[in-house]
Design a protein around this ligand. Sequence first.
Ligand code: BGC
Length: 416
Amino acid sequence: MRKFMKLTTSTLATLAITGSMAVAEDVEVLHWWTSGGEAAALNVLKQDLESQGIGWQDMPVAGGGGDAAMTVLRARVTAGNAPTAVQMLGFDILDWADEGALANLNDVAAAEGWDAVVPDALQAFSKVDGQWVAAPVNVHSTNWVWANKAVLEVNGIAVPTTWEEFEVAVNTLAAAGLTPIAHGGQAWQDATIFDAVVMSTGGPDFYKAAFIDLDPEALGSDTMKQAFDRMSFIRANVDDNFSGRDWNLATSMVINGEAGFQMMGDWAKGEFLNAGKVPGEDFLCFRFPGTQDQVTFNADQFAMFSQGDTVSDEQAALATAILSPSFQSAFNVVKGSVPARTDVSDEAFDACGKQGIADLAAASASGNLYGSMAHGHASNASVKNAIYDVVTAHFNGEYDSETATSELVDAVSIAQ
Ligand code: BGC
């Protein structure tokens, strides 16, 4: 007797987790690029591969910052069915490499000369013990502000360059009855703002001491308390419906003129572009006040999960495509990020992209380039999540600034 599998919701969920619908010779790519701007950028990669005859099995896991994607990844690997390629950030790459899960990309890297063109700050997350384990797609940075140009003009607001000027601008917008700051209350978004606020409040040495060295003195300092106070100011100037809102919906509020500013990484630019908006005409991009000389970066990379002894042809083709100069330009122009190679011309980039490329080079040369805490480039996932918890509890009014500061010290110490 033939048996038919009944496709219940739970079977479909299992198939999604185990990926058993994937066709063997395709690349199955797990990623969290699900907003309009992100999907437009992802299409550039899909089309590149499809033009080489490589099929694409899409495995999108919605959720900005990638925490949900990382949970699904863990389930897939535990089920013995890792996807071919996975979007990943910073310390997550190093952790998976330590587990021996990632394919060795050295042959591709040598053939394509990656060592000479990928900056050291990225190689620190792409290579483990001399072995390439991930292909960097881009460099994003978190210390940006996105503003509606007309809203600022109508309210007589110039681009703020200090925290004090920013406060005045925000108060002006509030007095005009607008939502000064568009924000989505999700832990990774609160943390994204915190990257910039801590950098602006304490400066680069303080940022490094707190988030990279995890120095308890910095974490528990008055400067940290001041950073939390600034978060309270920001919290007081978001709208009532901010809880749980996706980041791209917050970007839409700026696009539509409902809100003045959004503090968000430069993936936000992808949303403005996708809505047909033009930098300098419709919207403005500028560094978070007080962080003009610094860049808190995160780089999307694709790690290939080992499917045997060597990297498969499809994985090699994907890695090669990702690092090609023409792809690096075409993709990053749409995504809002900047190339992961130092030898790509900025010609095709708009004003924000050109600034991003110049800022990255300048910050790297002056020692002002730091990994983003919020996006997994300052510490491993358990420390990052411990910081998230405190920042979000404070943002939601559970802790005052003093309590948050001491909770931060404890949480980071326990998580290490
Ligand atoms: C990624 C970006 C992505 C953003 C929002 C970041 O962690 O690096 O590529 O657009 O999250 O999902």
